[in-house]
Design a protein around this ligand. Structure first.
Ligand code: NAD
Ligand code: ZN
Length: 345
């Protein structure tokens, strides 16, 4: 069973009841400087007496060092096993707060209040928590379900446009792997006219359905990795190139284009379908310029990233729009070719 998820502009109204019914011994709220400023004022009225734990925003702070600080604050605040941590923020706060709560005194309760689009449609759902370690993404972590998730689309009003677009990539991914109709319809609507409330509901239901069937990623859950084999390689490589860093969703958009091309090459996707995906993604996301050297190194990273055979990588591909197949062997050469195709779009 997945966690209880409340979605809507009134979602937070359910929070006081949960806090009262469970009679938690203490309530602490984890924020970063942005969510403290933009989001905490609208959460505060729904909270009983509580303490704040503030950390710095950004993926570079999703580390063991920050966890140490959080555990130190939890200790000073005398949180015991019946306390609850409310994680107010994007995927960084949710992943790290969830992890800190899951192992503090062998596990205290936590609640997710995601405030970025990416966290609302993806990171807050499915029970994965964790941190980065020595440059390796999400290297340390546990599966742990929160007590509940409260998704209020109103938080998106203060989110920078670039972050919004990044989260939108995961929504597109959900359509491509599971909802052809939504893809065909929404590609004409686009980002500006999007009805976030309904898009979030749709996306969360796709992700929850997949996670419910395969919580520990033995098989089916891997379809959620569509766009991420190449996407992660692109993201990690550019992370090491000052000034060229991409947001997660921006890298996933590149990854989806490449992996759709590979799906076409494997004759799983028709040329018309590839064309539709291409046209839409290129209209939303700016092209990233890549040199032949970038491409070669990204492809090598994709290989290292996985526990695969020497030259093949298991990847999720599309067997038609709205249908994904996982564990499809692809070669490093195909990744190289797909990135070359991307540069020519
Ligand atoms: N657990 C999972 O299943 C899962 C899935 C996908 C991604 N993730 C993780 O999520 C992380 C990325 O999450 P993200 O994209 O939310 O990034 P993020 O958490 O870094 O947030 C992006 C920025 O937006 C700011 N912010 C947050 N809410 C805001 C608001 N309402 N108004 C203004 N600013 C706001 C944050 O302070 C931050 O600067 C990565 O670490 C990734 O590994 C986890
Ligand atoms: Zn992702």
């Amino acid at each position: 069973m997945t966690e209880t998820i409340h979605i809507g502009n009134d979602a937070l109204q359910q929070l006081p009841e949960l806090l009262k019914n469970r009679a938690f011994s203490k309530v602490a709220v984890l924020v970063d400087e942005n969510t403290l400023h933009h989001c905490y004022p609208s959460l505060k009225p729904y909270l009983p007496e509580h303490d704040l734990i503030q950390v710095q925003s950004g993926e570079e702070h999703k580390t063991l060092q920050t966890c140490e600080y959080i555990w130190q604050r939890m200790t000073e605040l005398h949180l015991d096993r019946w306390a609850v941590l409310v994680n107010l923020g994007g995927g960084v706060i949710g992943d790290m707060g969830g992890f800190c709560a899951a192992v503090f005194k062998r596990g205290i309760y936590f609640v997710q209040v995601p405030t970025t689009l990416l966290a609302q449609v993806d990171a807050s759902v499915g029970g994965k928590t964790g941190i980065d370690f020595h440059g390796l993404k999400n290297h340390i972590g546990v599966y742990q379900e929160p007590q509940a998730v409260f998704i209020n689309p109103a938080f998106l009003q203060t989110l920078p446009q670039r972050e919004l677009k990044s989260g939108y990539a995961e929504i597109i991914k959900h359509w491509l792997i599971a909802d052809k109709e939504a893809f065909l319809e929404q590609r004409h609507v686009g980002l500006v006219a999007a009805d976030w409330d309904s898009l979030i509901r749709q996306s969360v239901s796709i992700k929850s359905r997949v996670v419910e069937q395969d919580p520990l990623e033995g098989g089916l859950r891997k379809i959620l990795n569509f766009g991420h084999t190449v996407g992660h390689a692109v993201e990690s490589y550019l992370l090491e190139q000052p000034g060229r860093e991409l947001l997660h969703g921006e890298a996933v958009a590149v990854g989806m284009l490449c992996e759709a091309w590979i799906s076409r090459k494997h004759e799983l996707l028709s040329p018309e379908e590839l064309d539709k995906i291409e046209t839409f993604l290129v209209s939303v996301y700016e092209k990233v310029s890549l040199s032949e050297q970038d491409i070669q190194q990204m492809a090598q990273l994709a290989l290292q990233d996985k526990k695969n055979t020497r030259s093949t990588i298991n990847c999720t591909l599309l067997e038609g729009i709205g249908n994904a197949v996982y564990d499809q062997p692809i070669t490093v050469q195909e990744i190289v070719e797909s990135l070359r195709y991307y540069t020519l779009l």
